[in-house]
Design a protein around this ligand. Structure first.
Ligand SMILES: [Zn+2]
Length: 612
């Protein structure tokens, strides 16, 4: 084995498990550029990996070195004496003038790489780059792209059309098929569904084949991707009433990746995922955008977290308390890590806050708990990929593309605020009745379309006693109960921005319709405090409550009420309390408390129930 490969494997092992296997893990990853952040700042904040935009070099000289290695050398040298893994981001998707770009049905100007074309030109350059980077001891992996994706309505280039015809014997569906298909249950071989599946399959094939090339050249490194998230796909309500052409001009034009809805949480703007042979379902970290535009903070009106920011520098960045809360909330959801973006937005105040949070919370909690993951949901929210697919083309307002998503957001926000553990179910990933039967109640909203095979599955679920509750506007009818108006706030904001108060208003409306279905759902802990974010994690036996104070200015003092008597440990204060059914907690603004409920109490409760 080559020395470079051995070194790379060492870095890789470090990158994936900075802590021992008996402790909980949380990786902190930062974006970096030519100047920021410094190696010393990264050390203080506990950063284990750093990614930077580099581009995939176009030319290599005879020694296999890129014609312009300056940026790589600069970054790798800056972190040479650290154990931080470096990850260049190549932006292959955005390379122009390749003659292999996507053709949108809205524009005759090709843009972004098409996923169905031959990629041999990239393959050769990738091989050379991976080989050359293997000489640097901190080489941890490659991130192939930042928010690549299929354009709304798919790529209609000659190659895609030909390939689709050879696989399915069909032409791509015309615009009017998207717009005029009657709402309701549609056969799973509907041309719009097949066409979208074809486009997504090509996208997955494209990236998995490039990942395979990289892994073959250097098996010790990681291949990553930042899937299309809310910003690039135009999800925010910031371009109301624009025509398809305006939408195309705005540049925010690819379809949202399923991974955005899979692990719903309000605070995240993007994800960093590992590409494996089956796609990019393995999420490495949740992303936090401190700032995205030169003019200041991008408008993320669907994310109440951004209501509270103050410009501390130019460009404006999110406030230090919001930054702290963001890290702790992400940590509390049991994800593998967090990504800070952009590196130069980390002001000295942010670095200090990042270092404090790392020292005061992340290190002691990881050391004091075994490996944790999100506890199973008690209820579910169904996200319909068929509804989303048909909404790719719209008549009046591009917000229609995201209406269903926004309605699912509102349901998720409501459940999150109510402290009820929930899971997102994604229509085209449902396979069996077994997956559905875990939930006594499934909520959905704005179901315009559903594929026939999944409709059958849901019908079976309802027949077996499951409750599928949806809103009045849903156009499908498979014996579901209709009980609330999901679009009540949406009507008011179709030409404006959604604010945190809108989400609260909507949660109140949802409670009026849905509260009755949740009263009997057994949850181990309840609190009446609106600012206490209750997160449920588990090591497989014990339950861990991670409680974040969502308020950035005031402390909270609240009583946690359990569903029975428990032996309880306060992980940070190292305090044990036995046989209690409630406790008062005090949490400073944007800080965190971790309470373990001992598993013996769960067992006793189960046995008692059995005896009855
Ligand atoms: Zn194409």
């Amino acid at each position: 084995m080559k020395v470079s490969t051995i070194v790379a494997i060492f870095i890789f092992v470090f990158f994936i498990s900075a802590n021992s296997v008996f402790s909980h893990e949380f990786n902190i990853i930062a974006h970096g550029d030519a100047k920021f952040p410094s190696a010393e700042d990264c050390r203080k904040m506990g950063v284990s990996a750093l990614w930077f935009y580099s581009g995939l070099p176009l030319k290599f000289n005879e020694n296999g070195e890129p014609a312009n290695p300056k940026k790589f050398v600069l970054l790798f040298e800056r972190f040479n004496n650290t154990d931080i893994a470096l990850i260049p981001l190549l932006n292959i998707f955005y390379q122009k003038n390749t003659g292999k770009c996507q053709l949108s049905r809205f524009s005759d100007k090709p843009h972004y790489r098409c996923f169905s074309r031959d990629n041999s030109d990239i393959v050769e350059r990738l091989r050379l780059l991976v080989k050359w980077l293997g000489h640097f001891k901190n080489f941890g992996g490659l991130c192939l792209d930042d928010e690549p994706g299929v354009q709304p309505g798919g790529c209609i280039c000659e190659n895609c059309v030909k390939l689709f015809r050879s696989q399915y014997g069909l032409k791509p569906p015309a615009d009017k098929v998207y717009l005029n298909t009657p709402k309701g249950v549609v056969p799973e071989n509907n041309p719009v569904l097949l066409w979208t599946k074809f486009q997504n399959d090509e996208c997955i094939k494209y990236y998995t084949s490039l990942a395979a090339v990289i892994k073959k050249e250097n098996p010790g490194i990681r291949v990553l991707n930042i899937p299309a998230a809310a910003y690039f796909s135009g999800k925010q309500l910031s371009i109301p009433n624009c025509k398809p052409q305006d939408f195309i001009k705005s540049g925010r034009r690819v379809s949202l990746d399923n991974c955005h809805i899979r692990n719903f949480q309000l605070y995240v703007q993007f994800y960093m995922n590992e590409i494996t042979s089956s796609g990019w379902k393995n999420k490495i970290a949740d992303g936090l955008s401190l700032c995205m535009l030169n003019t200041g903070l991008v408008n993320f009106p669907n994310l109440p977290v951004y209501e509270k920011f103050r410009p501390v520098s130019k460009p404006a960045v999110i406030s230090v308390p919001a930054f702290k809360r963001f890290i702790l909330q992400t940590f509390s959801e049991g994800v593998k890590g967090i990504v800070y973006f952009r590196g130069r937005s980390l002001t000295p105040e942010h670095v200090k806050a990042g270092a404090d949070v790392y020292k005061k919370f992340i290190v002691p909690i990881c050391a004091g708990t075994p490996k944790l993951h999100k506890a199973a949901g008690k209820v579910a929210v169904l996200y319909s990929t068929s509804t989303r697919t048909f909404a790719d083309l719209w008549v009046n307002n591009p917000l229609e593309r995201y209406k269903h998503l926004h309605e699912c957001d509102a349901l998720a926000y409501y459940l999150f605020r109510k402290g009820i553990p929930f899971e997102m179910l994604i229509e085209n990933e449902l396979n069996s009745l077994q997956e559905l039967k875990r939930f006594p109640v499934i909520f959905s909203a704005g179901l315009d379309y559903l594929s026939a095979d999944k409709a059958m599955l849901l019908e079976e679920y309802v027949k077996k006693g499951g409750k599928l509750i949806t809103d009045r506007k849903s156009r499908i009818n498979i014996g579901l109960k209709v009980d609330f108006d999901a679009a009540s706030w949406y009507r008011a904001v179709t030409d404006g921005n959604q604010r945190a108060t809108d989400m609260e208003f909507q949660a109140g409306l949802l409670e009026a319709g849905l509260g009755k279905y949740l009263d009997n759902i057994p949850t181990p802990c309840r609190t009446s405090c609106r600012h206490a974010n209750l997160n449920h994690l588990t090591d497989g036996k014990n339950l861990y409550l991670f409680i974040v104070n969502d308020d950035l200015n005031a402390p909270i003092s609240t009583i946690l009420r359990f569903d029975g008597k428990y032996d309880v440990s306060d992980i940070l204060e190292k305090k044990e309390l036995s046989n209690i059914d409630h406790m008062r907690v005090f949490i400073k603004p944007a800080e965190l408390k971790v309470i373990q409920l001992h598993h013996n109490n769960f067992l006793q409760r189960k046995n008692k129930l059995c005896k009855k």
